[in-house]
Design a protein around this ligand. Sequence first.
Ligand SMILES: *Cc1c(COP(=O)(O)O)cnc(C)c1O
Length: 399
Amino acid sequence: MENSYFGKYGGCFVPELLMPPLIEVEAAMRDILPSQDFQNELGELLANYAGRPTPLTFCPNLSKELGFSLWLKREDLLHTGAHKMNNCLGQALLAKKMGKTALIAETGAGQHGVATAAAAARLGLKCTVFMGAEDVERQAMNVMRMRVFGAEVHAVETGTRTLKDAINEALRAWIANQETTHYCFGTAAGPHPFPRLVAELQSVVGKEARAQILEQTGKLPDAVVACVGGGSNAIGIFRGFMDDSEVRLLGVEAAGTGESGCFNSAALNLGTPGVLHGNRTLLLQTPEGQIEPSHSVAAGLDYPGVGPEHAWLKDTGRAWYGMVRDGRALAAFERLSQSEGILPALESSHALAWVFDHPQELPQDGCVVVSLSGRGDKDMDIVRRHLGEKYSIPGQAED
Ligand SMILES: *Cc1c(COP(=O)(O)O)cnc(C)c1O
């Protein structure tokens, strides 16, 4: 395998039985993905099924308050409500060209499961989604969506019954079904070649954003900001500006409640190097290497690791990563909604919160582009629990 590392991060730390399907994906990435036929077919799906290009929206009211111009790359308007569809359509189409008839996927909050189930339905592939049993209970609506799209949802009872256990189970199922099945991995992490494949499929976000900001303002932005869970929306938008050294790349991790001793999801800021899910990266772990449970009010950021390319970009200094607490993300959710009439996902609200809370770190009269990775409709139940009383709707403390 070539190019499986990003500095000292990445690699392919998997059981030997997983090597054949990973090598097959690597070959498809090299031989099928760049071909004109594949790119035309994917481009058609992204445009006419998923709704690309997504707009780049100027925020007039917030820009006046903040003192620099704020632009949003609107992945919330993509089909199924987040950037995840870019990756799912690309991998589903690749699987079909590889002669596979089925997809498996892992999901935490359910967003990647929903996008995979939709892409599988569209492309005529069978779909099985592995989801921690705890998440199946917490995310009943997304389980329903997946089943309506025709997917089978498999509740995983091992470990903490959450995302990391679902990934382990999906990798096991892939070993058993590799002849017929492609594993549609949900973020820019996991064993090689997934970090590169997912980044490549999400790079459409950054390429569009760069062309759109040049067209609308005539200049490159001073900073590009995105939330980081596994890191796919961030790497997707960063890819568009990687070679523009004057553009600052800022990633934002979830600091959880921010109380000392409480769990968070900030592997880049608070983690140490280790191996999880087939790659070497920064992880939230004990000194003995046991994975710590993660926590964020934004379910999509709730992962104890991070994609290896981000760990490397942090080391090289090309990107910088901050942290935002649950409460600040909720405040940013309200502020964007009330100032601009756009309801952001709680994940994306972390990126917005960093910008709202650090205006002094951004150039006055400058230009900032934020990746609005998804829409907030899916989060209304969580928002009600935290802020319900304020809007005269009974809330209740989070379980
Ligand atoms: C899943 C998700 C994320 C986090 O995933 P990344 O791979 O880090 O992008 C962020 N925002 C939304 C809306 C999501 O659904």
